[in-house]
Design a protein around this ligand. Sequence first.
Ligand code: FMN
Length: 348
Amino acid sequence: MSAFLPSKFPLIQAPLAGAQNSAMTIAVCRAGGLGSLAAAMLPVEKLEQEIQTIQAACDAPFNVNFFAHTMPQITAEQQDQWLSLLDQYFNEWDIDKNNLPQGVIRRPFDENQLAVVEKYRPPVVSFHFGLPEKKLLDAVKATGAIVLSSATTVEEGLWLQENGADFVIAQGIEAGGHRGIFLNQDLSTQMGTFALTQVLSQKLNIPVIAAGGITDVSSIQAALKLGASAVQMGTVYMLCHESTISTLHRQALEQATRQPEKYPTAVTNIFSGRPARGIVNRLMQETGFVHPHALPFPFAATATGALKSVAEKQNDTSFSTLWCGQNPTGCKNISAYDLTMELVQAFL
Ligand SMILES: Cc1cc2nc3c(=O)[nH]c(=O)nc-3n(C[C@H](O)[C@H](O)[C@H](O)COP(=O)(O)O)c2cc1C
């Protein structure tokens, strides 16, 4: 039905790294939406298996999503400042800061992931944090994939158009999880979903997808009225049966859905080194949400991940990444298929 995306309806289930697998992708695709698979934290062998599972389960088009950041060089001084910032917590939880478990390092799109894209040819490939280097991007496009990427400012939207994206996702400040910000790290100029969608729809020659705070039929229709060709929705899928979030994350999200006044969200760089929105917790509050000594992405996650795993064993979410958008009101404990069937009423 959509003139632009290959799916029946112009509704994308946002890739949700750490919160989904192929089961959610398949459920959304079966209901006529564009299901996404978040690949950023998957080893290549697992990525291959997941794509095989999707292709065996349904014929519908789907999206595979990768990160496109640059790996930073970390200095000894940065490392010291970062570990000093967390010293009190390492002492509190009896953690040896010089011997932290590595955890999963989020790596940018590379030749190995490209080989999987070339082998399985997903109809849509999306990127977060910009686009990969030209050689890799050209190879993805040569497979026939439609390429999407997130913009958090008008400047980023223009850059993505200029550098080869087929669609731009207008990711407003309301959005849950990591901000796609990539041209600078200035959070003060980040825009809301409706303003960004409307301005980008006017400025760009390519279609715009609205993302951030869209949670039901009326907010989908509002985004379309402002010029969006499609919507991408993440938080709303996170209480679905197929969501793979932890029990503690699920409980926090249920509380935020019932009482958003009591469980607000905020943008923080403290967990991974990049700004991301989640339900406010102790580490965010005590470090002031955005701290200059947070180790650059993705390396901050090694230390905060160690704190998280020890504290969660005591049912304590002080250090947990409780990713959630500003508007969790549409979250429901139903299947992603049923939720998508409700949401696509917006297009009927
Ligand atoms: C738990 C979680 C994980 C996310 N992981 C990714 C990801 O791997 N790749 C990506 O492009 N966007 C990711 N996002 C951002 C979404 O693509 C999207 O911008 C956001 O969910 C839209 O806002 P909403 O959550 O208010 O619907 C994530 C969001 C959440 C909540």
